[in-house]
Design a protein around this ligand. Structure first.
Ligand code: PLP
Length: 417
């Protein structure tokens, strides 16, 4: 023992020398690091990405958990198949058929440990290093991180208030085709996008599918917010229009039950599911079976359909409060999206303002947001930010936006002067 201690103090171990090249490339999300600052103080955080815990259906979960343990413990506590707990897969198939009119005869469903796992599986089964993959600009941060591990060539296509600029995508596809390159995957958060809050119009959804057929690519449609609509007309998922099996649809219980379950699902052509299933085997054998059994009852017994309107009722006033406060407090030259659902508003400040640099001054004024830069794969937009409206109550949102507007006004003066 003495000898060992001596050795340790004499020659410190170079732990980094043990890591793989890929591990050495991994970096902690800088946004997370930034937000650590906020957690401890009395800063109003509009930076979060979490659902409000008040929306978790605790009593229902309690009741179902007891039922599952009393009636199905043998299966619910056992290893399950990699593709997922069959009763849940069937219940989800019926639910998607009813809700989105997607004929499930053409689709297979696999459950996953949250959509995040599906994003990683997609990287694994489709991406060779250097393969072009199209994402939106801005796009979901955790998707960038998941795909990045597979070292693709990111191509980003701007958004406007009707979602991805599919016209610009077409130009890009043509350009790539001339270079002999083929895009395999187009990733979109089609409805109430994270971070921008915008929804792809029906025309663009159809056009995107046409392009997928013409240029031979697959669409990954990430739909965590589809059910959280507070105003406007429902927009069917792209998967609804998909007659050929081009769309891989990702669903999740994170925003409609509770993210702690870590249960999501993939709805896609059986041939694609088969490969993803094999890829998943070596990662975790199967998704948490007990959680899947609870999720099954939640869908099957109609609790999900009952619960969705309650979440909407809880979030809608918060969305309204944020949009009203922005209208009231923001100076001329600041623009923002007007989401009909989801959890986020995207704010664009005048050119020349760097929201990452401004963060320190905002925190000093008692408000935090997520600087937009990290949502762009090429990190080329510094004057944007994401605001969350689901986590804090209306009055706090108003005060947060007021403080933010103060910060921005001062920053505009500073940049001009
Ligand atoms: C919240 C969210 C998810 C959900 O991820 P899980 O791993 O299922 O919790 C997926 N995609 C986007 C864009 C999200 O914002």
């Amino acid at each position: 023992m003495k000898k060992l201690e001596k050795k340790l103090s004499a020659e410190p171990i170079n732990f980094d020398s043990f890591f793989s090249e890929k591990a050495m490339l991994m970096k902690a999300s800088e946004v997370r690091e930034l937000l650590k600052l906020v957690e401890t103080s009395d800063v109003i955080s509009l930076a979060g990405g979490l659902p409000a815990p008040e929306t978790f259906p605790v009593e229902t979960i309690k009741k179902i958990a007891v039922e599952v343990l009393e009636e199905h413990a043998d299966k619910a506590l056992q290893y399950g198949t990699t593709k997922g707990f069959t009763p849940l897969r069937l219940a989800l198939a019926r639910w998607m058929e009813k809700r989105y009119d997607i004929p499930m005869s053409k689709v297979e469903i696999m459950t996953v440990a949250g959509s995040q796992q599906a994003l990683d599986l997609i990287g694994r089964v489709f991406l060779n290093p250097g393969d072009p993959i199209v994402v939106e600009a801005p796009t979901y941060l955790a998707a960038i991180q998941a795909f990045k591990y597979y070292d693709p060539e990111f191509i980003s296509i701007p958004l406007d208030d009707k979602g991805m600029r599919v016209d610009l995508l077409e130009e890009k596809l043509e350009e790539l085709r001339k270079q002999g390159k083929r895009v395999k995957i187009v990733y979109t958060v089609s409805t109430f996008q994270n971070p921008a809050g915008v929804t792809m119009s029906v025309d663009r959804r159809k056009k995107l599918l046409e392009l997928a057929n013409e240029y031979d690519f697959l669409i990954v449609e990430d739909g965590p917010y589809s059910e959280l609509r507070y105003s406007g007309e429902p927009t069917p998922p792209i998967k609804h229009f998909d007659d050929y099996g081009r769309v891989i649809y990702l669903g999740t219980f994170s925003k409609i039950l509770a993210p702690g379950f870590r249960i999501g699902w993939v709805a896609a052509h059986p041939h694609l599911i088969r490969k993803m299933e094999i890829a998943k085997q070596s990662i975790d054998l199967c998704t948490n079976t007990f959680g899947q059994a609870i999720a099954w009852k939640y869908v099957e017994n109609g609790y999900l359909d009952e619960h969705i309107p309650k979440i909407i009722e809880f979030y809608k006033p918060r969305r309204d409060a944020m949009l009203e406060a922005l209208e009231e407090y923001m100076p001329e030259g600041v623009e923002w999206t007007k989401p009909e659902g989801g959890m986020f508003v995207w704010v664009t400040l005048p050119e020349g303002i760097d929201t990452k640099l401004m963060m320190e001054r905002a925190v000093a004024k008692g408000v935090a947001y997520v600087p937009g830069e990290a949502f762009f794969v090429h990190r080329d937009k510094k004057n944007t930010m994401r605001l969350n409206f689901t986590y804090v109550p209306e009055e706090t949102i108003r005060e947060g936006v007021r403080r933010l507007a103060e910060t921005i006004k001062e920053e505009m003066k500073r940049v001009k002067g």
